[in-house]
Design a protein around this ligand. Structure first.
Ligand code: KIV
Ligand code: ZN
Length: 375
């Protein structure tokens, strides 16, 4: 009997291990590339000193992002110093530096990243007709050659190379597929597809990612990334659609700050993936983010950049977990989930709040009086 019992326990253990492995294999990681310190800092008036960048970078490390884009070293000596300082102190995340597809930019980025434990050079060139013609004044062939040369040159410094096709969402798909194929051959390990001007609509952006996945023959050699701007308020929706269609890295910022209307907001993307585990299309994805650090990170970024967070901002806005209407307050007091899909503590907010105002009801008033010691 004893032998049988131990045999039974052993079988149970093997079965458990097998299922755990299966569950893990099925789950797919979404890499979080935080660009608060680069694209986020490009928000008008958001300049950060190197020390301030380091403070935010250390908090991003605590938050659990996979890659910190620390700046654009060629753009100013301050940015160079900022990247250098972040690279020196960050030990758990990759640290990326931006560079145009030019030798001098790439050399400068590599120099700033010298002390990084896990450096990444992020080089880019525009691929849309409008940018090629009016901004770059080049032919498509010249763009292709420049991109390939840039990636090959960057590989002299590290084998962790990200290539971005700026304005990809408005680029000719045939040219886009061609340039992606060639830069992968040249050694790019991450291909970023930006919606630089926030022009895309979720279904078409998702289709673009799946078309790239299906048409570029060597695409399996790299990770597909997306970088969405929020000019039409669709940055997060487009990023999610891209994930569903094959992207495995998303570029985003804390509080959604960034050029013009900003970038996709990190906290929203992460909490969509975490909250909608019941959704067929999202259930297998996860991120490494410690969501309890979301609110402290949001506060720090807002304080140091001087950019306030709008009260109704998802996840981190002042009102995101406050309830004023009587019907809602009554529901919350009976069962929190009636009007809250996220537990405030899960994102580092101490608690939800019942605000007494014009629309409040008896139930919340009674609770407040009891808290104050009145019957
Ligand atoms: O918006 C954009 O296209 C960018 C690239 C440099 C990645 O910020
Ligand atoms: Zn951008």
């Amino acid at each position: 009997d004893v032998v049988l019992f131990f045999l039974f326990l052993y079988n149970l253990f093997v079965l458990l291990l097998y299922n755990l492995r299966r569950i893990k294999i099925m789950r797919e990681k979404i890499y979080i590339f935080d660009t608060t310190l680069r694209d986020g800092e490009q928000s008008p008036g958001a300049s950060l000193t190197p020390q301030e960048k380091l403070k935010i970078a250390l908090q991003l490390e605590k938050l659990g992002v996979d890659i910190i884009e620390a700046g654009f070293p060629i753009s100013s000596s301050g940015d160079f110093e900022g990247v250098e300082l972040v690279a020196k102190h960050i030990k758990k995340c990759q640290v990326a530096a931006l560079a145009r597809a030019k030798k001098i930019d790439i050399e400068t980025a590599a120099k700033a990243l010298k002390k990084a434990k896990y450096p990444r050079i992020h080089t880019f060139i525009a691929t849309s007709d409008i940018h090629i013609k009016y901004k770059l004044n080049m032919t498509k062939n010249e763009v292709l050659e420049t991109a390939v040369e840039a990636v090959k040159f960057a590989r002299k410094f590290t084998d962790n190379i990200e290539f971005s096709c700026e304005d990809a969402a408005r680029s000719d798909i045939d040219f886009l597929c061609k340039i992606i194929e060639e830069v992968i051959k040249a050694g790019a390990t991450v291909i970023n597809i930006p919606d630089t001007v926030g022009y895309a609509i979720p279904n078409e952006f998702g289709k673009l990612i799946s078309e790239i996945k299906n048409r570029v023959p060597n695409i399996d050699k790299c990770i597909i990334s997306v970088h969405c701007h929020n000019d039409l308020g669709l940055a997060v929706a487009n990023s999610i659609s891209a994930i569903i269609n094959g992207a495995r890295q998303v570029e985003c910022t804390i509080n959604g700050i960034g050029e013009r209307a900003g970038n996709a907001s990190l906290e929203e993307i992460v909490m969509i993936i975490k909250t909608r585990k019941d959704n067929e299309l999202l259930k297998n994805f996860y991120t490494n983010i410690n969501t309890k650090e979301i609110y402290p990170t949001s506060k720090l970024v807002s304080t140091l950049t001087g950019i306030p967070v709008q009260p109704n901002k998802s996840i981190v806005g002042k009102n995101a977990f406050r309830h004023e209407a009587g019907i809602h307050q009554d529901g919350i007091l009976k069962k929190r989930q009636t009007y809250e899909i996220i537990k405030p503590q899960d994102v580092g907010v101490p608690s939800s709040e019942l605000v007494l105002g014009k629309h409040s009801g008896r139930h919340a008033l009674k609770k407040r009086l009891e808290e104050l010691g009145y019957k």
